[in-house]
Ligand binder design. Structure first.
Ligand code: FAD
Length: 351
């Protein structure tokens, strides 16, 4: 945990988030972050730390083809290669297209959210002085008409370190970096981008923003990204209603994280929710190991908490998804066009 904290970027050291229009005009700010106890951690750093902690029990490259029960009624995992494995408890943490959750629910647990996303990483030092100043040491979101949105997240695990312990630091991000996410409503035109990679994808993405009238300087963060970092994702989402999540009777096969509550990245909370699921499961299973409750009861309590948490993060994430999709309607596009200059003028007066 100390190594993770030492590799994190503290939100309290970041300036307030900013909201812009497609011309780069400031529309407003997010809340003051100076009291925030949250930290941003780099996904790759987190994975390395977790993999090290699990050690030899981690078997990479083995595909799970199904789950079921053995002749003694114990949960069993089937692999694409190799012999099946029986266990006391099987937990599917196998993401959006989970084999385990699909087996338990009798079908998919989520659907495409209607948005396609693209992400990339850009060193702050690679931007020109104008954009470096405009974006600043903060995260921000720009939404334009016709469903185009660009989130720019600021990560600086060295300058904004959460814990002053350089000897423990192992962050893979060592310089101030913008990790950005571009979003468009799914359509035949944006879907075709999913087949592209690297520089080709980056160029096509810039083209989609230019078609929608985005000012050239606002696209610098995409244009100056490392082409190898640019990738496409389809957003999937489970139901926002707690009672729809994990729709199965509790037993000794369960699932957690995106397998149960697939969450679009629009709230930046899906991985956090998956980690909290794992912590909840550990608490309840420990009570079963102490003999305080049966394993099935422990799983039932865990799943109840997971439904609540999943519904909370999905509700937040879907707000932004719906907002982006609304700007793609005729009325929404017109409202965005009319309202953003007014909001920009009001923001200029305030500052
Ligand atoms: C672009 C993007 C940005 C995001 N940003 C954030 C953010 O800032 N903060 C945040 O909290 N969340 C974020 N999220 C969401 C977050 O990534 C997910 O919610 C999180 O990864 C879910 O974790 P998980 O362990 O449930 O599933 P996953 O991370 O999807 O892990 C599932 C694992 O199971 C493996 N697997 C799948 N099927 C099988 C099989 N049959 N056999 C063997 N292995 C299998 C996969 O290879 C994978 O390793 C983002 C998502 C995207 C796409």
């Amino acid at each position: 945990m100390r190594r993770l904290l030492a590799s994190g970027s503290a939100l309290r050291l970041r300036e307030r988030d900013a909201f812009w229009d497609r011309r780069g005009r400031l529309l407003g700010h997010g809340p003051d972050l100076s009291d925030s106890a949250s930290i941003d951690v780099d996904r790759i750093t987190l994975r390395i730390l977790l993999a090290e902690a699990v050690g030899d029990a981690l078997h990479l490259g083995r595909g799970v083809s199904g789950v079921g029960h053995d002749d003694h009624g114990a949960p069993r995992v089937l692999f694409t290669d190799g012999a099946p494995l029986s266990a006391d408890l099987v937990v599917g943490a196998d993401g959006t297209h989970s084999v385990v959750a699909r087996h338990l629910a009798g079908g998919p647990t989520n659907d495409p959210a209607g948005i396609i996303g693209f992400s990339g990483r850009t060193h702050r030092r690679d931007l020109g002085p104008g954009e470096r100043r405009r974006l600043g040491p903060r995260s921000g979101l720009a939404i334009g008409p016709r469903g185009a949105a660009l989130y720019v997240g600021f990560l600086d695990p060295v300058g904004n370190t959460a814990l002053d312990a350089p000897e423990l630091r192992m962050s893979v991000t060592t310089a101030p970096t913008y990790i950005w996410g571009a979003m468009f409503p799914e359509s035949t035109s944006t879907d075709s981008l999913r087949g592209l990679r690297g520089g080709e994808l980056q160029a096509a993405l810039l083209g989609r923003f230019r078609e929608r009238g985005w000012a050239e300087h606002t696209l610098e963060v995409i244009a100056r990204a490392d082409p190898h970092s640019v990738a496409a994702f389809r957003f999937n989402a489970a139901s926002t209603r707690a009672e729809d999540l994990a729709p199965w009777p509790a037993g000794r096969i369960t699932a957690l994280g995106d397998a149960v509550h697939a969450t679009p990245p629009t709230a930046g909370m899906g991985a956090g929710a998956a980690i909290r699921d794992a912590a909840g499961l550990l608490t309840h299973v420990s009570a079963a190991a102490d003999g305080a409750v049966t394993l099935t009861d422990a799983v039932e309590h865990f799943e109840a908490g997971m439904r609540r948490r999943g519904s909370e993060v999905l509700t937040l994430a879907m707000k932004t998804v719906r907002w982006i999709l609304a700007t793609d309607t005729t009325l929404g596009a017109a409202a965005t066009l009319v309202s953003t200059p007014v909001l920009a003028a009001a923001a200029r007066l305030r500052h």
